[in-house]
Write a protein that binds this ligand. Structure first.
Ligand code: GTP
Ligand code: MG
Length: 222
């Protein structure tokens, strides 16, 4: 088998496992988001702000992917939602089998929304379907506005891009118009939001988007 054959086989096995997950989430009417970004761009901070805003209204849960430590799951459990940490032990992304395994061994209970926070990496997680309703790409203003065109695959695949750490915009030369032009070119019709987990900017819009997508999924199923 060549390297290309092996990769195709891995992705094909992943697609089968992802399809089973998607059926499972359809049966429970659970909206599933797969969050992908560079390390430290603010995935867990966005989820913390989301939990603070929405956990009174919706049943939220999280699967966290990291190479090492339970820290992100602990941050979310501290806010009162079920969160399970998958430790990849070196792998730079989550795959669908790991997510199914986590759901088999750790009952997160009935959920309206499941957040899957992928391993911090803008490249590897892009190829692996996790049975999600949509991917969310995060881009923090401290990373620079040139990143969408430099890492096009994730910004093309993500239905939603969240620009994070907007409170730091005055201190860095992040050109928001430039970034939004690249994102729109890579994903025509996609949604871009600008948020700050520190000031709360954009969090209401982000939570509104989640509630709308959940209602749409439930409406489509009935
Ligand atoms: N100023 C500011 N800092 C933020 C914001 N969001 C996150 N941070 C900080 O950025 C750092 C990384 O945030 P995390 O939420 O842990 O980032 P992450 O993407 O989950 O990181 P990994 O899981 O390691 O990939 C922390 O020090 C946060 O406090 C924000 O909106 N504004
Ligand atoms: Mg994190």
């Amino acid at each position: 088998m060549t390297q290309v054959d092996v990769r195709q086989r891995i992705l094909s096995d992943n697609a089968t496992a992802a399809a089973a997950l998607r059926s499972r989430f359809a049966a429970t009417h659970t909206l599933v988001l797969n969050l992908i970004s560079s390390p430290g761009s603010g995935k867990t901070a966005l989820l913390e702000a989301t939990v603070r805003a929405l956990s009174g209204r919706l049943r939220l849960g999280a699967i966290e992917g990291d190479i090492a430590t339970e820290r992100d799951a602990e941050r979310l459990r501290a806010l009162g939602i079920p969160a399970h940490q998958i430790l990849t032990g070196g792998s730079c992304h989550l795959d669908a089998r790991q997510v199914s395994g986590a759901l088999e061994t750790h009952d997160l209970g009935p959920l309206d929304v499941l957040f899957i926070e992928n391993v911090g990496n803008l490249v590897c997680p892009t190829s692996y379907d996790l049975g999600e309703d949509f991917k969310v790409a995060l881009l923090s203003v401290t990373e620079g506005e040139d990143k969408p065109f430099k890492y096009p695959s994730i910004f093309a695949k993500a239905a939603v891009t969240v620009v994070t750490k907007a409170d730091l915009m005055p201190y860095v030369s992040f050109k928001l118009d430039d970034a939004s032009g690249q994102i729109a070119a890579l994903r025509p019709g996609g949604t871009m939001l600008v948020t700050s987990a520190v000031t709360g900017q954009g969090i209401a819009e982000w939570c509104g988007l989640i509630e709308e997508r959940l209602a749409a999924k439930r409406g489509a199923a009935s």
